[in-house]
Design a binder for this molecule. Structure first.
Ligand code: PMP
Length: 324
């Protein structure tokens, strides 16, 4: 199927329309489907936005947030406004409007920190005044309702909640779509893809098709609001299981705990390794924590049913009884 055919154009259009509907996206935002992953947007963001003062402020709340910050250094006057690095990213740092330069072109945040298991909520979202917030939503897009009007730009690798790896969704407020630096490569310029309806070059067509199917499924099952309730339930039963035991620990500040990624440890590294091995043998796979954190991490994205989390909790109880 040619991506220039009317068949693909229908897929592209339906995927976008459903995304807009599911996210309740205001009409003054454009949506593009591109390749390159969220990591390419670490570069695209400064290249597309730094033509004002050339300044941008970043909040480093984890591995990917820090990568975004360091990539941006190449393109302007980039400042670290806040970080929780000193505490191994176990919380979201508080900021005030004074934390940010009032003439910055943007402030960058990561709404969910995949490896460390923290997230921003409406209550902790920074007050940046008139400076637009740019958000990497790779690991919690469409998992809970978000007020997109609070953001200037949102980008997300689709591979967690939306589609197979290969698709990146970028949402750009109209007034921010033509502020690119002269050196911005044509392929990274959001304006290029906006003008061409994401068809400037070959789109990640199969991923867009699957995204369309996932969006249909989400809509059929009550949309993002319903998904949020399911995700809150899944996260609550797992955090409760951890908090109610003297065996498992989650080190994240309760206010900032992620709904998507839940890291936890047992009393020893040996037991952590044993847990991962034995869990895997029962079909509970990919629970090993990221090497930067160790221990375990349950990534319970939209596709994980409540039953999957219940199975994990049952296993955790049995493992505790056998090993405490
Ligand atoms: N940001 C976040 C929050 C992520 O979780 C990831 C990937 N796990 C990335 C960026 C990098 O995404 P990609 O692999 O699509 O470049």
């Amino acid at each position: 199927m040619s991506h220039r055919s009317k068949y693909y154009e229908e897929i592209n259009a339906e995927a976008e329309a459903l995304f807009r509907e599911l996210t309740e996206l205001p009409s003054n935002y454009r949506v593009i489907f591109v390749q390159g992953g969220a990591s390419t947007q670490f570069e695209a963001v400064p290249l597309n936005l730094l033509s004002g003062s050339g300044k941008a402020d970043y909040i480093a709340t984890g591995n990917f947030a820090s990568k975004a910050y360091s990539e941006a250094q190449k393109y302007g006057d980039i400042k670290l406004a806040a970080t929780s690095k000193e505490a191994n990213y176990t919380y979201i740092p508080d900021t005030t409007r004074a934390s940010f330069r009032s003439d910055a072109d943007y402030v960058h945040i990561t709404t969910n920190n995949t490896i460390f298991g923290t997230r921003y909520t409406a209550a902790t979202l920074p007050d940046t005044g008139s400076v637009p917030i740019v958000a990497d939503m790779s690991s919690n897009i469409v998992s809970e309702r978000m007020d997109f009007s609070k953001y200037g730009v949102v980008y997300a690798g689709a591979q967690k909640n939306i589609a197979p790896g290969g698709l990146t969704i970028v949402v750009v407020r109209d007034d921010l779509a033509s502020k690119s630096l002269k050196i911005c490569p044509t392929m990274l310029k959001w304006e290029t893809q906006i003008k061409e309806n994401s068809l400037y070059n070959t789109p990640p067509a199969f991923c867009v098709y699957v995204a369309m199917l996932v969006f249909r499924w989400l809509k059929l099952h009550g949309g993002v609001g319903t998904m949020q309730k399911v995700n809150e339930h899944k996260a609550r039963i797992l955090y409760d299981a951890i908090d109610n035991s003297n065996f498992y620990t989650n080190k994240i500040k309760p206010r900032d705990r992620s709904l998507m990624n839940i890291p936890f440890i047992t009393p020893s590294e040996e037991l952590d390794a044993k847990f991962v091995k034995e869990a895997s043998a029962t079909g509970l796979v990919t629970l090993k924590g990221h090497r930067l954190v160790g221990g375990m991490r349950a990534s319970i994205y939209n596709a994980m049913p409540v039953e999957g989390v219940q199975k994990l909790i049952e296993f955790m109880k049995q493992f505790e009884l056998a090993n405490r």
